[in-house]
Design a protein around this ligand. Structure first.
Ligand code: NAP
Length: 233
């Protein structure tokens, strides 16, 4: 479970612990990660999932057999930077979002692929932004969908499923860098059918379904969790 110390990842990790799994959560901030692991009953392994050398080194501390892999680490790095001013800045931002959202998933999955059990489950957290826009962030999340389709075929013969869970606006996370004002929330949420933003628990419930033995015929899919803000058809 990458990025399991906060927000959506923490909720998914806690839900997987409740299912009786031995759960490892990962992230870059050691103190926060270790505290979260203690609270939810998981084990913490600290590394930057976008750095090949760190992923390689951390593999020794990761489980030898993997039944469930949730690639959750990511976020829109543009939210933490000034708007790009020149082409060099644009390039830097696009690469940073690609690293944060695509390479985190691809590197960890590639490192752990030989350890995936038959009938294992791989779930990557995408975003409604993949179909909506959001520049380099949405483009990176769209790349996750293409990669997932490929992996579903590569691993399907062993009963392994590979899916994307694609949240809409989800609060109680660090994604927006603080609490949302009412005005900002209204703009972001748009017009969902159920009139509300999502919670990490909403996303975790869908991940738990996809990781269940009963979900073995669901693979290569992008499942939206957005209250109807994006229609899946
Ligand atoms: N919240 C939303 O509205 C929303 C909507 C659609 C999709 N998503 C996606 O949901 C996922 C989870 O985000 P969240 O909303 O729960 O926000 P969050 O609270 O910021 O969680 C992101 C987590 O990922 C970890 N992380 C980020 N980059 C990492 C890296 N290179 N290596 C290891 N860990 C890394 C962070 O920990 P460290 O900083 O300690 O590494 C953090 O715990 C992300 O992929 C995000 O793009 C969120």
């Amino acid at each position: 479970m990458t990025g399991g110390g906060t927000g959506i990842g923490r909720a998914v990790a806690a839900a997987l612990v409740k299912q009786g799994l031995d759960v490892v959560i990962t992230g870059r901030r050691e103190d926060m990660l270790v505290a979260a692991a203690a609270e939810i009953g998981a084990r913490a392994v600290v590394f930057d999932a976008a750095d090949p050398a760190q992923v390689h080194a951390a593999a020794a501390e990761l489980p030898e057999r993997v039944d469930v892999l949730v690639n959750n680490a990511g976020g829109n790095v543009a939210r933490r930077r000034p708007a790009p001013e020149g082409l060099a800045d644009v390039r830097e931002l696009w690469l940073a979002n690609f690293e944060a959202n695509v390479l985190t998933a691809v590197l960890v999955t590639t490192a752990l692929q030989p350890r995936l059990a038959d009938d294992a489950r791989v779930v990557t957290i995408g975003s409604i932004a993949a179909r909506r826009g959001s520049g380099s962030y949405g483009a990176a999340k769209a790349a996750i969908e293409a990669w997932t389709a490929d992996l579903a075929f590569a691993l399907g013969g062993r009963g392994i499923t590979v899916n994307v869970v694609s949240p809409g606006v989800t609060e109680e996370t660090e994604f927006f860098g603080g609490t949302l004002s009412e005005d900002r929330r209204r703009k972001l949420v748009g017009n969902p059918a159920n009139g509300r933003t999502g919670t990490p628990a909403d996303v975790a419930a869908v991940v738990i379904f996809l990781t269940s033995p009963e979900a073995g015929h669901v693979t290569g899919q992008v499942i939206g969790v957005n209250g109807g803000a994006g229609l899946g058809r």
